[in-house]
Design a protein around this ligand. Structure first.
Ligand SMILES: [Zn+2]
Length: 193
């Protein structure tokens, strides 16, 4: 029975395996012209996982290793894609995977979930609609591990969403210049739903 239950949720692993194959084959081929976009799920691409302004400006390699790509698929399938579909709006990824060097450059914490591609900072592109990201995560009761609201509860500058296989703590925190504040899940539901 245990296996039966788990088997229903296996397709992220197949998608992960396919992505790893694509990533490896891409890196070993000499390509010319337009390289087709490689997608993890319907709306989230490999380019979004590895993109980092900090990596570009410091010329740091930010290519996720195969295991991190498999993690990225899990975050996309379980959290990002449901949020995106609930909103019916594009989600812009500010930061997803961070190589250890990029994490140092951005001043991320030593154990940042971004270093495992299990966290992404997203925005709708407009502060006034970013609270809808939080509303979606709560309304759908998504299995996120941490949700961090940045700078304003009503109009966040961005929202950090993480996924940890087998550990959906649904922790909510608010972060601004004065630091982190924990927000009770029920209080967040009252505020956002
Ligand atoms: Zn983050």
């Amino acid at each position: 029975m245990q296996y039966m239950k788990r088997s229903a949720n296996l397709w992220p692993f197949f998608a992960g395996a396919a992505l790893i194959f694509l990533a490896v084959s891409r890196s070993t081929k000499i390509t010319s012209g337009t390289v087709p976009a490689c997608y993890l799920t319907e709306h989230f691409s490999l380019a979004e996982v590895e993109h980092s302004n900090e990596a570009i400006s410091h010329n740091i390699n930010n290519k996720p290793p195969a295991w991190a790509l498999a993690n990225a698929v899990q975050l996309a399938v379980n959290v990002l894609e449901p949020v995106r579909n609930y909103l019916g709006l594009p989600l812009i990824v500010n930061s997803w995977y961070r190589s250890p060097a990029v994490n140092v450059a951005v001043g991320g914490s030593d154990d940042s979930d971004h270093m495992r591609a299990l966290a992404a900072d997203v925005t709708t592109g407009n502060k006034s609609t970013n609270a809808a990201i939080i509303r979606a995560a709560l309304a759908l009761d998504l299995p996120f591990d941490q949700l961090i609201i940045y700078d304003s509860q009503e109009a966040p500058s961005r929202v950090h969403l993480s996924y940890e296989p087998g550990q959906a703590r649904q922790q909510i925190k608010f972060k601004d210049a004065s630091g982190y504040t924990s927000i009770d899940l029920d209080a967040a539901r009252l505020f956002y739903l």
